[in-house]
Ligand binder design. Structure first.
Ligand code: 0X9
Ligand code: ZN
Length: 493
């Protein structure tokens, strides 16, 4: 493995502390803003020493390789006991360096393109970022560029170099705030802005601030802990009307998709700060927001590897870390487009809901008395508005309703900000992938279940500069408004 691709994370001291029983009452048993657990925002650690090669993990976006889909789970019931951690004395870490790594867009209209890409991926020369029926975005390692160029030329496969040097883009993506903004932060009582991608501490601090500031309508609850012991925090905005419908929105299932938590927190800010002036459609909904489902992964992308996707739970006796939380949900778990290889970026976990983060989401949705009419999970990238099923090339019986609502949301997004979203069943528009949270939500009877892949369409990909945050979030909020209008229109369900 090239030195540039190595990262050494050394954590010097761990302190193990007892885990807290969840003794708080269920979210809907409470008056808005009343009686929720005491809040604190703790800077939380990165606790696992590991060597990471981003290209050992391969994201399998195609299903060309039959062995891939038919893999048996190789590891079962072999999960490391969760550390009931955690405090850190000191941490030395360095970041994965993507200098010279390139992003290429490869049209897949030529028959052999997918086969060749599959082969290169298995040889660890490339990894895949995203793709659909017509193209695949691939990352090419610096020392593989010559080789891969030659192979593509020989096979007459076209490609476009979209990013010449990924590390340069990473360096420019998230510059520090200017002085004025920092001063504003100090006066505001929270550090959240939509001019920067923030650390978890700022995001959670913002949720706590809103609950404190608007106790009549805003409540915060910790619904579980991540593997490394971070809080999984949910915020509810509700005026407590009994006739309200309930909508669940999450972000940050995939660690590197930074625009997702940024967008979800933007929604929270819009609704909480302007509740009285909001439309009746928005006010007649109990909003539940979980901006960072995967806090360990999210923090890891800030401290160590900008392109990390999975959570951070290791498998005992295995070198590779992390499960793709969006392959770990319990509907048709283990099927197509998920991997049993712990080193894969789409590793499904040792069993359904093996991961504390996916389990916390599912347990909450199942046990709360809120009766959700919609579940929306924000990801990036590609500009897609996807509905089930994802596990297989099929649609649910009421897909027409989802298609209609999806199209009206996409239209609202387009007229608000100009971005074009493709609407359709995710297995068809993207690729089949089993174990997604959207499929599971649908299987629980939540009618309007969507995965929204935010901007862009691959110019910046995951490394979307901060200057895009506000426009992406604003137009997405236009889509959410339309959803709330539709839900209030449909009296059934
Ligand atoms: O592959 C995924 O998990 C999602 N795309 S992403 O690029 N953000 O990783 C799409 C998930 C669509 N839903 C299902 N397949 N269930
Ligand atoms: Zn994602």
């Amino acid at each position: 493995m090239p030195v540039a691709m190595k990262v050494w994370v050394s954590t010097l001291v761990f302190l193990v502390v007892g885990s807290e029983a969840l003794t708080v009452p269920l979210i809907n048993d409470l008056e808005p803003g009343k009686g929720w657990p005491q809040r604190n925002s703790v800077k939380q650690p990165n606790t696992h020493s590991e060597e990471v090669d981003p290209f050992v993990s391969t994201t399998e976006f195609t299903t060309e390789d039959p062995s891939f889909n038919n893999e048996e789970a190789t590891v079962t019931n072999n999960v490391a006991a969760p550390p009931k951690i955690i405090a850190r004395a000191e941490e030395i870490e360095s970041k994965v360096d993507y200098s010279g790594t390139q992003l290429w867009k490869v049209p897949t209209d030529k028959n052999n393109a997918r086969v060749v890409i599959g082969r290169l991926r298995r040889r660890n020369l490339i990894s895949t970022w995203s793709g659909n029926q017509t193209y695949i975005d691939i990352l090419v390692k610096p020392n593989a560029i010559e080789n891969v160029t030659r192979i593509f030329k020989r096979e007459s496969i076209d490609f476009n170099i979209v990013i010449e040097d990924l590390q340069k883009r990473i360096n420019e993506e998230n510059p520090p705030l200017d002085e004025n903004e920092v001063e504003l932060q100090d006066r505001r009582g929270h550090r959240m802005t939509w001019k920067q991608y923030h650390r978890l501490e700022d995001i959670h601090g913002f949720l706590d601030y809103l609950a404190k500031t608007y106790p009549a309508i805003v409540s915060v609850k910790t619904i579980g802990k991540s593997y490394e012991g971070r809080d999984i925090k949910i915020l509810r905005i509700s005026d407590g009307k009994a006739t309200n419908k309930a909508v669940f929105i999450d972000g940050g299932i995939h660690a590197r998709e930074w625009i997702s938590p940024a967008t979800v927190t933007f929604f929270i800010n819009q609704i909480a700060e302007n509740f009285d002036e909001e439309s009746d459609d928005v006010k007649n909904i109990d909003w539940y927001f979980l901006p960072v489902v995967n806090p360990d992964g999210y923090e890891f992308t800030h401290t160590s590897d900008r392109l990390w996707r999975k959570n951070r739970k290791p498998l005992l006796g295995r070198q590779c870390i992390g499960t793709d939380l969006n392959r770990n949900f319990g509907y048709r778990w283990g099927g197509r487009g998920s991997s049993s290889n712990p080193c894969s970026d789409i590793y499904r976990g040792s069993r359904m809901f093996s991961e504390p983060e996916s389990k916390a989401v599912a347990d909450f949705i199942k046990t709360t008395s809120a009766n959700f009419t919609a579940y929306i999970t924000y990801h990036s990238y590609g500009q897609y508005l996807l509905y089930p099923w994802g596990y297989e090339n099929a649609v649910p019986p009421d897909y027409i309703d989802l298609d209609e609502v999806g199209k009206s949301m996409a239209e609202a997004i387009r007229s608000a900000g100009g971005s074009q979203y493709t609407v359709g069943a995710s297995s068809k528009v993207l690729y089949p992938a089993a174990g997604g949270s959207d499929d599971w939500a649908k299987s629980q009877g939540i009618k309007y279940s969507f995965t929204i892949e935010l901007s862009d369409t691959g110019h910046y990909g995951f490394i979307l500069p901060t200057s895009f945050i506000e426009s992406v979030a604003k137009e997405s909020f236009a889509g959410l408004r339309v959803l709330s209008r539709q839900l209030n229109k449909n009296l059934i369900n």
